[in-house]
Design a protein around this ligand. Structure first.
Ligand code: XMP
Length: 514
């Protein structure tokens, strides 16, 4: 059987999309950074290779290159954008640097038959999406040109005998018509089988955990109630049953009814699961007293979390492994050709724990994207109410209260936030929106309530759409829904006399306010 698809990442912002699209088609795909030794890539015995796009220019100093050994391995290959230019350079084609580059839509005209054009009807033209500064002027010897656009004489080319295919446009982006079908045509031409299903992933992951943990090992898992740790716990519960110990830290910064929803949800679905609840609200609050700086809040919360978690772990005693819900984008990002992205916010996680406590780390979701985690959760029978919870940051409501955090602000924000979530659910838009929440601002405003003057607090409502939280847009919610947020918050939350709706996208803003 042919192996899986290996994507070599030359730094394009769309590389992850190639993996997501091909996995959605049932082909398992992994991403390796361009600098990886070729032996390591070949050791995976890939059945096909895709060379991704990238921001560099092939001929500029320090641009990532193509190891000839990879070419000699005889593996069917598709070069996309920079990947195409690399192949053209390596195989004797001619490249030129364009004065302005080409960004945006173009019309692709197939000029010769190709296995990649199988999804097209006859000589159908396709609207495709370009993003490049260099172009192939002359195809390498042995290649034939299979497509052009009005401005680009070589928009697609291939050496069918060597099964090397090249596309200048980005098949993986939403704006390219039939992009998934073109990828599928390449993968089926490469002889890959599209048998990758979440059910088989779940089965293999359970077996892998069993092998790692052995017949007697115990695993500790921090449950936050978020989808990643929930699905990780469900997978571990299936693999090691009563040898899984979950710890839920109630840091006092949770949303209304959050602790009870998560704990009861888990106890109901997994009655045999050992679940410890650490009630540490007072500890977190006293350390946060008077702290207004967002990074300082995050640091305090992160450290306190580790202390509380370590204390609970010591009480449990016998665990050798620590499970974390790390996702594939985190893994890729830490080895991406561009290096880890600049620090915007120090996201709270339990990364410091294993070293400190001498655990071996288990990361059962580290090959999955967020949407795949939900699919896996459904496969494992995790109830929808746990699976479709909106993401909630580790530092909780503390980073949604601008300024110092105290019990009164928390109580006010909890009420406002509960109204936002309740109204959104009632409107049926809950799943359209990535996240929706309330933020308490450190300003007061004048209002008129009844016949009197009020001088009250201001709440901002934030609702965003996103696919991965890397970018986000403010949700265009119906006016009447916005009106309900406003009138209910002002009427039902004492002390609030003004509600704002946040209309900022990410970038340049972030999703959370702190
Ligand atoms: P930002 O605000 O950076 O948030 O646009 C992106 C996504 O990450 C969540 N977030 C966090 N999640 N610990 C977490 O576990 C954190 O410290 C943290 N900060 C932000 C945020 O809610 C959004 O989904």
């Amino acid at each position: 059987m042919a192996g899986h698809l290996l994507i070599i990442d030359y730094g394009s912002q769309f590389t992850q999309l190639i993996a997501r699209k091909t996995r959605a088609l049932g082909y398992y795909a992994e991403i390796l950074p361009a600098g990886i030794p070729v032996g390591e890539a070949l050791a995976q015995r890939p059945g096909a290779l895709i060379l991704s796009g990238g921001p560099a220019s092939v001929d500029e100093p320090g641009a990532p290159g193509l190891d000839p050994e990879l070419l000699e391995a005889g593996i069917p290959m598709l070069g996309i954008c920079y990947g195409m230019q690399l192949l053209a350079r390596a195989l004797g084609g001619r490249l030129t640097r364009e004065a302005h580059g080409e960004y945006g839509p173009a019309e692709l005209e197939p000029t010769a038959p190709s296995p990649l054009w199988r999804p097209l009807n006859g000589s159908e033209r396709l609207r495709v999406w370009m993003s490049h500064g260099d172009r192939v002027e002359e195809a390498p010897p042995g290649f034939r040109i299979t497509g052009r656009t009005q401005d680009l004489p070589v928009a697609a080319m291939e050496d069918w005998e060597r099964r090397i295919f090249c596309l200048q446009f980005h098949t993986e982006v939403h704006h390219t018509e039939k992009g998934s079908e073109l990828l599928q045509a390449f993968l089926s031409e490469a002889g890959l089988e599209n048998g990758w299903r979440m059910s088989s992933f779940a089965r293999d992951a359970v077996e892998e955990i069993k092998r790692t943990v052995g017949p007697d090992g115990h695993v500790l898992c921090g449950l936050s109630g978020g989808v990643d740790s929930t699905v990780a716990a469900a997978l571990l519960a299936r693999a090691v049953g009563p040898r899984l110990h979950c710890v839920f830290v109630d840091n006092g910064l949770l949303r209304q009814d959050e602790a009870s929803e998560v704990v009861e949800g888990f106890r109901l679905c997994y009655p045999d699961l050992r679940l410890t609840v650490a009630d540490a609200g007072a500890e977190f609050l006293s350390r946060l007293q008077g702290v207004a700086d967002p990074e300082e809040k995050r640091r305090i919360i992160g450290h306190t979390f580790i202390e509380v978690f370590s204390r609970e772990a010591r009480k449990i005693g016998q665990a050798d492994f620590l499970a974390q819900g790390t996702l594939y984008p985190d893994v890729i990002e830490s080895v991406s050709p561009q290096g880890p992205s600049a620090l915007i916010k120090s996201h709270h996680n339990v990364g410091g724990l294993p070293k400190e406590l001498g655990f071996t780390l288990i990361e059962p979701l580290k090959y999955l994207f967020k949407d795949e985690v939900r699919e896996l959760g459904a496969e494992l029978g995790v109830p929808e109410c746990l699976l479709w919870r909106h993401p909630f940051p580790g530092p909780g409501l503390a980073i949604r209260i601008i300024g110092p955090v105290d019990r009164e602000s928390l109580s006010l924000l909890r009420k406002a936030d509960a109204i936002v979530r309740e109204e959104l659910r009632a409107s049926g838009l809950d799943r359209v929106v990535w996240q929706a929440f309330a933020v308490l601002l450190p300003v007061r405003s004048v209002g008129v309530m009844g016949d009197g003057r009020s001088y009250g607090q201001v709440v901002a409502v934030r609702a965003v759409t996103s696919v991965d939280a890397m970018t986000a847009d403010w949700a265009r919610l119906p006016d009447d829904l916005l009106a309900r947020f406003s009138s209910r918050i002002i009427n039902e939350v004492p002390g609030v006399n003004r509600v704002l709706y946040d209309i900022s996208s990410k970038p340049p803003s972030t999703i959370e306010w702190e």
